[in-house]
Design a binder for this molecule. Structure first.
Ligand code: NAP
Length: 273
């Protein structure tokens, strides 16, 4: 990678950002396509000051991560309608004339990950969780016409999201009585260090031909291990992570993202953890 007077700048803003795999993924993609662009970490506490800095320095594209996905919204010049509906922005496009536009690519990443395994037409999906990821995935599934059934451990937050998604909510203990074309774990259940935990009993897995877990640390969760043993098709957390980054790259560059090299960078980064 050669940096010169024409290099365009991209990065990730969050607090912290030191653990992020996005710099390796996006820089490898820029290099692969021979683009004169770099992607760097921006540890940010003051969101408004950071956005002014991006404008002033002609930064082209920025990923937004925890804890700033909501805080950026009132500071944008424009927001994509899906990001507005979800209420979270994970991608900024910065243009000298039109200013800063916010997008959400998490839902795009989840839909693409699921559609690798499942033709999404007229499907019903049980979605576990009521946090930020479940919210983005839920609104994204509705975009494809998928019937969503929400489930989780906490009634209050679950029913609140279910009202917004206009769908039913069930407690985790109801899951053995449910059937659907697929189930997505969008909770942090099973994430390290609680790797011996699965949010649903193994005997219920046969009710769901496709099981997707968005947890990526570890990549093989207990849920996925048991799902494979039960004969389900499985999708791990790398797929959504990859495809949300692919969507960002394509928004910023207008080019098809070089998928294999981006995947390789994520795999290498996750292996080192
Ligand atoms: P969040 O906003 O903190 O929400 C966490 C959700 O998980 C809440 O609904 C919480 O339920 C539920 N939960 C936590 N532990 C649980 C358990 N033991 N049993 C049942 N439910 C449990 O987090 P988030 O941003 O939505 O992220 C959730 C997970 O997705 C994290 O592991 C994150 O790393 C991962 N993620 C992956 C990707 C990807 O691209 N692969 C993208 C985003 C997030 P309560 O309300 O009951 O506490």
């Amino acid at each position: 990678m050669k940096i010169n007077g024409k290099t365009t700048l991209h990065g990730i803003m969050g607090d912290p950002v030191g653990h992020s795999l996005s710099p390796a993924m996006h820089n490898a993609a820029f290099t692969k396509l021979g683009l004169n662009s770099v992607y760097v970490p921006f540890p940010v506490q003051d969101v408004a000051a950071a956005l002014n800095g991006f404008r002033a320095l002609h930064v082209r594209g920025v990923s937004v991560t925890i804890p700033h996905k909501q805080a950026v919204i009132p500071l944008l010049d424009e927001i994509d309608p899906m990001a507005a509906r979800i209420g979270a922005v994970n991608t900024l496009m910065i243009d000298d004339k039109s200013g800063i536009k916010g997008f959400n690519t998490d839902w795009m990443g989840a839909n693409r990950a699921l559609s690798d395994c499942l033709d999404m037409k007229n499907k019903k999906i049980v979605l576990l969780g009521a946090g930020g990821a479940a919210r983005a995935i839920g609104f994204g599934l509705l975009e494809t016409g998928t019937e969503v059934v929400l489930a989780g451990r906490t009634k209050k937050s679950g029913e609140k999201l279910a009202r917004e998604l206009e769908c039913d909510w069930h407690s985790l203990s109801d899951i053995p009585a449910l059937t659907a074309d697929g189930l997505i774990n969008a909770t942090s259940a099973g994430m390290a260090p609680d790797i011996d935990y699965s949010p649903i009993p193994a005997k219920a897995l046969k009710n769901f031909p496709v099981i997707m877990d968005i947890v990526y640390a570890p990549l093989e969760t207990r849920l996925l291990r048991e799902a494979r043993a039960a004969g389900c098709r499985t999708i791990n957390g790398l797929a959504m992570l990859l495809y949300q980054g692919v969507a960002q790259f394509e928004l910023w560059t207008g080019r098809d993202a070089p998928l294999p090299i981006m995947k390789q960078q994520l795999e290498a980064g996750l292996d080192c953890r």
